[in-house]
Design a protein around this ligand. Sequence first.
Ligand SMILES: [Ca+2]
Ligand SMILES: [Ca+2]
Length: 232
Amino acid sequence: MTRLLTLLLSSALSLEFITAPVGACLSQEFTCSQGLCVPKDRECDFTDNCGDGSDEEDCSRYKRCDFEETGLCDLIQTSGWTRTTEVPGLKHDHTNSTSAHFLSLSPVRGNTATADLSSPVFLPSQTCQMSFYHYSGAKHGALQVLVQTLDESTEMWKHSTQPRMETWQQTVIQFSSNHSFQVVIQGQLSADSEASEVLAIDDLSFSPGCLTVPGTATINNISLHRRDKFRP
Ligand SMILES: [Ca+2]
Ligand SMILES: [Ca+2]
């Protein structure tokens, strides 16, 4: 009887030993301070998924921009986007703050309005991920994300604004490129747009897998470097 009890106890103990401790998170999850598990791609995405803010605390390895500081962090604006706190169709940023900033594109009467925002040039990567928030208060427009390499431009994601989605939405995109690349967020409003229509973006975050090419502002600079390299 004593031996049976010992056997039962030892098997119960070994069972406990191989079972993962309660509250342990999987490798693809982030462990919050209070033990909750949230998907790893929600880390440092400007939303408090843990409930205690711990998934938004240690973000120095991420390249992030909430557009609250003057300038555009290390993003490159080639045309169109305006940093603002308010436009006719939209009066709050992604965090619902009426005094906080976002980038907007408003219609140009009788003309197509376009806007481009580019990331720095990133090294080839299979683990680069971007999270951003967008607001589509327009019937006549589209928002898209492109990957620009030296040789080509590839559409990664497109949000046609039919029907109007008058709320901030999050999109997370994984990039996989064997060449150096830039990510371009492009907005377009057609000439038919009414004055109250708007496209907006806010709170961009690039994951630690997105490593910048030092000293290279645009993908075309790589082209210049290459030409210099092979010049006789
Ligand atoms: Ca988060
Ligand atoms: Ca903001």
